[in-house]
Design a protein around this ligand. Structure first.
Ligand code: GDP
Ligand code: GDP
Length: 455
């Protein structure tokens, strides 16, 4: 039984160690106007001219690749969040809480000239609860005279304040040296995601289906331009993007942003890239150009997501180009070509106009929730008892295999093992899968059913 081989190695999807994990995440938090954005730009080495955000431009992009002393890390900027009141909630606390949850270590910025405020105290309590390594940044210490102000911040109980002038750069080197000391080698939050952390999404699909258009539509093309101006030439590999008011990791975005030329063998490399993106992701969004006939390659990408054991969302893009004829033809194509995945949530949108792109989040949530689902053993066996009583396995050469017992061996994706008295027909196994899905949902996740025969 092929599924047995899959199960024999244990939980091979979730237990696989990442070769070199993602860089550690350093979040910059604090109340408005203490100088968080200025500090972020200082760390990224940007000129002041690009510091200012254009008023009214929603800043969705929150993370940037950064390095210091040859070490790379991801810098999370919360500076613009409070100005985007709709997205993450208007309270500073909400935003800080998310940023802290995302981070391996935190730079907590306080305005040393103003001194500690109630809002600062609130964030301090939150930091204590979170227990993340925290450095207290006493900002706006532009000269020697300010050092006394900085010393007053000992009262916050977060240890030694680091006097810094984000504006002029004073003290920022010492701060970064100290930050590197508390950051782990690789991120503990960006790899295997703890409960409640941002989920990892791979946008996949053949060339020209609209992956980069979608990424730009949801993360704000504006941000990319700013990066180029600032001279950070390195493409971000994984980007933290706020969609539907929550942060998500979009993995391997470098390959999406950089337009790759069509050369011979491009298919092969495209499929390798898809593979590696899926390895880092929890959910694969397969984009399909709805305006043209579906191709073999579209189906192959869907299959890659399933083979990788990732949850799946199918996204039909370019809906602005659809007419009635094409629409009914597409319905038929889906029926014929995507028969194996009736369980995948579908969204139709236009990355170009932005129409219905906001529906992506619900589909992602659905698929991920299914991927995480665990059916308690008692419930599973009660269910199987009913199913097999209503429709027993057909008799084969005088024997009738029975299911003795079943258990869910793992989640992400759900894998089941059935202990039986004989091999099950593939048809019967599909029947069991169908009934499992009818009963427990599993919308958006592949499931596997292994069989172990007890002689
Ligand atoms: P944020 O809201 O926390 O992101 O704060 P900003 O980075 O937008 O800074 C708020 C204001 O404080 C701006 O006018 C900055 O120019 C100013 N500022 C930031 N850092 C410093 C600093 O080190 N010294 C002085 N004097 N002003 C600063
Ligand atoms: P990628 O290769 O998958 O990243 O695809 P791109 O995002 O580069 O898009 C390929 C082409 O399709 C570009 O010319 C886009 O402008 C166009 N495109 C992307 N999304 C849409 C859409 O929703 N509607 C229309 N009409 N064109 C789109």
């Amino acid at each position: 039984e092929d599924d047995l081989a899959l199960l024999a190695g244990g939980d091979d999807v979730t237990d696989r160690a990442e070769p070199a994990g993602p860089p550690p995440v350093l979040a910059v938090v604090g109340r408005p106007n203490v100088g968080k954005s200025t500090l972020v730009n200082r760390i990224l080495g940007r000129r002041e001219a690009v510091v200012q955000d254009t008023p009214g431009v929603t800043r969705d992009r929150v993370s940037y690749p950064a390095d210091w002393s040859g070490r790379q890390f991801t810098l999370v900027d919360t500076g613009g969040w409070e100005r985007d009141a709709k997205g993450l909630g208007s309270r500073v606390a909400d935003q800080a809480e998310i940023a802290i949850a995302l981070a391996d270590a935190v730079l907590f910025v306080v305005d040393a000239v103003v001194g500690p405020t109630d809002e600062d105290e609130y964030v301090v309590r939150m930091l204590r609860r979170a227990g993340k390594p925290t450095l207290l940044v006493a900002n706006k210490v532009d000269d020697q005279r300010g050092e006394a102000d900085a010393a007053l911040l000992w009262s916050l109980g977060l240890g030694e304040p680091y006097p810094v002038s984000a504006l002029h750069g004073r003290g920022s080197g010492d701060l970064l040296d100290a930050a590197l000391e508390v950051l782990p080698e690789t991120s503990a939050v960006g790899g295997e995601i703890p409960e409640g952390g941002p989920r990892r999404v791979a946008l996949v699909g053949r060339p020209n289906v609209g992956k980069s258009s979608l990424l730009n539509a949801i993360s704000g093309a504006h941000r990319v331009v700013v990066d180029e101006v600032a001279g950070t030439t390195r493409d971000p590999v994984d980007e933290l993007v706020v969609v539907g008011g929550r942060p998500w990791w979009f993995v391997d975005t470098a390959g999406i942003r950089r337009r790759v030329h069509q050369t011979s063998g491009a298919d092969f490399y495209a499929s390798l890239r898809t593979q590696s993106a899926l390895e880092k992701a929890e959910v694969g969004v397969v984009l399909i150009d709805a305006s043209v006939p579906m191709t073999e390659q579209d189906i192959r990408v869907v299959q890659q997501v399933i083979d990788a054991g990732r949850s799946l969302v199918i996204a039909y893009n370019k809906w602005d180009l659809m007419d009635d004829d094409r629409r009914s033809f597409l319905d038929r194509e889906i029926e014929q070509q995507l028969v194996q995945v009736p369980w995948a949530p579908r969204v139709n949108f236009s990355a170009k106009t932005g129409w219905h792109t906001n529906r992506l989040v619900r589909a992602l949530d659905t698929a991920l929730e299914s991927w995480d689902t665990r059916i308690p053993t008692g419930k599973l066996n009660a269910f199987l008892g009913e199913v097999t009583a209503a429709k027993p396995h057909p008799v084969r050469s005088g024997k009738q295999p029975r299911i003795l017992f079943a258990t869910q061996a793992s989640t992400r994706p759900p894998r089941f093992v059935l202990f039986t008295t004989g091999f099950l027909d593939p048809g019967y196994r599909r029947f069991v899968e169908r009934r499992l899905r009818e009963t427990f949902g599993f919308e958006g996740t592949p499931i596997s059913i292994g069989v172990r025969v007890r002689e």
